[in-house]
Ligand binder design. Structure first.
Ligand SMILES: Cc1cc2nc3c(=O)[nH]c(=O)nc-3n(C[C@H](O)[C@H](O)[C@H](O)COP(=O)(O)OP(=O)(O)OC[C@H]3O[C@@H](n4cnc5c(N)ncnc54)[C@H](O)[C@@H]3O)c2cc1C
Length: 477
């Protein structure tokens, strides 16, 4: 059907159906607003299609294979064969199930769905270009708009994504065979998660990182546990190096990395790899929106500055998710989406970033929430900490996964819980308890005196809280 340039209208227009946009649209519909959600590609955005979900599926698949092949200690002798194409098919099935579920949820809530690329034509009007030859375009007037256009991977000069030699995270999540060698540029969480996947599946993985540690945005004692495990899995690191150039040599790429500090005496490094994954960060999708036509301001990196109610400089336009800035996490986008919709509906909603957890699904996992001790001190809070090593956890021992620890940070004076850092098994799940405690304004004693099921990893959270009060049972305080 050719859609002519007719103009229709909606109360609330949401651009982008990732975790930020679809959550915003569903909540707005629940609040009886007339909502239209425009998406140019697939429902679920980066998270469901080429981010959180496919990466976690492959993390789980590779973990099973690696565990099965490395459990001689438990008397298990196995040499699993991984058919990557079948694992990818299974992963794609999970993605399809979730993305079609999002579409159904939106429809059931009463959200009007439109497929096409939106760009602003004026402060209250967008143009939607429909995909496919002869599909035309249409214009839509809106009272309020929520921008949720997400982010895309940053390419580095000379390393254009070609999906043959150079891949982005999206490409790395869809490889047909396990590469013999994989060079990864960037040791942030995406690079480290994919290093975990492919080293478990048998690739020789080399990571090049400009800074001096893996996962540079995490505290050194947390990141070093993950780095150690990655090295045990066979991952090679070149810290203090940047990827400078590459050249094809037959079916391999030869990457040259140079010292990040030009004054350093170190020599260049050459890495031969079947694939090079560039994972050096993501940038907001604001450059293709004709955002100036709406008068919405962006900062020097292209992010849209917002307040805690997700409002931009334009009173009727909101921005949520990756496009609104760090941390670029799905659940942060969803929360902001809900808040933007509630603010539009006249509710007194705001985002509380204090209790926003984050997780890295490496081996072992990382879970963090709230403040570190350094951040607390910078905010003028004297911190007290409690720590519990998984080595002393019965559950961790029975799971044969004892790397890492739980650290809880509280304000010394009030004993109010203000942060936690966990590195170890199921850290991504364990952090939820502490996030809930921070959200409720709980004190160390609230965690410490809550009876935790035995034997579980969550007992380590209780012990860490008790340790901060000098009352842990299973460690010397
Ligand atoms: C490999 C990888 C792993 C990740 N793992 C995790 C994880 O484990 N946990 C976590 O919390 N986060 C993770 N993330 C981050 C997470 O995916 C993002 O934070 C999240 O998807 C952001 O949601 P969003 O709604 O802001 O944007 P997106 O999910 O990027 O969605 C934006 C949507 O807008 C659409 N769009 C853009 N421009 C237009 C336009 N002009 N018109 C119409 N539609 C448009 C896009 O097609 C897209 O569907 C991961 C990311 C990657 C890449």
């Amino acid at each position: 059907m050719v859609v002519g340039d007719v103009t229709t209208s909606t109360d609330v227009l949401v651009i982008g159906a990732g975790p930020g946009g679809y959550a915003a649209a569903i909540r707005a519909a629940q609040l009886d607003l007339d909502v239209t959600l425009v998406e140019k590609e697939a429902y679920g955005g980066a998270c469901l299609n080429r981010g959180c979900i496919p990466s976690k599926a492959l993390i789980n698949g590779s973990k099973l294979a690696s565990k099965a092949g490395n459990s001689e200690e438990l008397g298990i002798y196995a040499d699993p064969t991984v058919a990557l194409d079948e694992m990818m098919d299974w992963k794609d099935g999970v993605v399809d199930q979730l993305t079609s579920g999002i579409e159904q949820l939106c429809t059931a809530a009463g959200v009007n769905l439109l497929q096409g690329t939106a760009e602003f034509a004026a402060e209250n009007k967008i143009r939607i270009v429909h995909q496919g030859e002869g599909q035309g375009s249409e214009s839509l007037k809106f009272e309020r708009c929520i921008i949720a256009t997400g982010s895309r991977p940053v390419a580095i000069p000379g390393f254009d994504f070609d999906d043959e030699y150079i891949v982005s995270s999206a490409g790395a999540l869809s490889l047909e065979t396990v590469p013999d060698e994989l060079a990864i540029v960037g040791a942030g969480y995406i690079g480290m998660e994919l290093a975990t996947v492919y080293s478990r599946l048998g690739s020789d993985v080399t990571v090049i990182e400009m800074l001096e540690q893996a996962l540079p945005s995490y505290e050194r004692d947390i990141a070093s546990v993950v780095r150690q495990r990655a090295e045990n899995l066979g991952v090679d690191f070149h810290f203090g190096y940047t990827a400078d150039s590459w050249a094809a040599s037959g079916d391999k790429a030869v990457l040259t990395a140079v010292p990040a500090d030009e004054a350093a005496d170190d020599s260049d490094v050459e890495i031969t790899a079947e694939k090079i994954l560039v994972a050096v960060g993501r940038r907001p999708v604001t450059d293709t929106l004709s955002i100036d036509a709406a008068g919405v301001e962006t900062n020097s990196q292209g992010f849209i500055p917002t307040d805690s109610r997700c409002r931009t400089n334009k009173e009727h336009i909101f921005a949520v998710g990756d496009v609104a800035g760090e941390p670029m996490l799905a659940h942060k986008g969803s929360k902001e989406g809900e808040v933007a919709a509630e603010v539009i509906a006249g509710e007194p909603a705001a985002v509380d970033y204090q209790a926003l957890p984050a997780a890295v699904f490496t081996e072992p996992e990382i879970g963090t929430v709230g403040l570190t001790t350094t951040q607390a001190a910078n905010e003028g809070i004297t911190p007290v900490t409690g720590k519990f090593q998984f080595q002393a956890s019965g559950r961790a021992l029975t799971a044969n996964r004892t790397d890492g620890f739980v650290r809880i940070v509280a304000a010394k004076e009030t004993e109010r819980v203000i942060g936690a850092q966990i590195v170890g098994p199921e850290a991504s799940e364990l952090i939820a308890e502490i996030a809930a405690m921070i959200e409720m304004g709980a004190k160390l004693q609230d965690i410490g005196s809550t009876v935790h099921t035995h034997p579980t990893l969550s007992e380590s959270v209780m012990e860490a809280a008790q340790n901060a009060r000098g009352k842990a049972i299973h460690k010397r305080n």
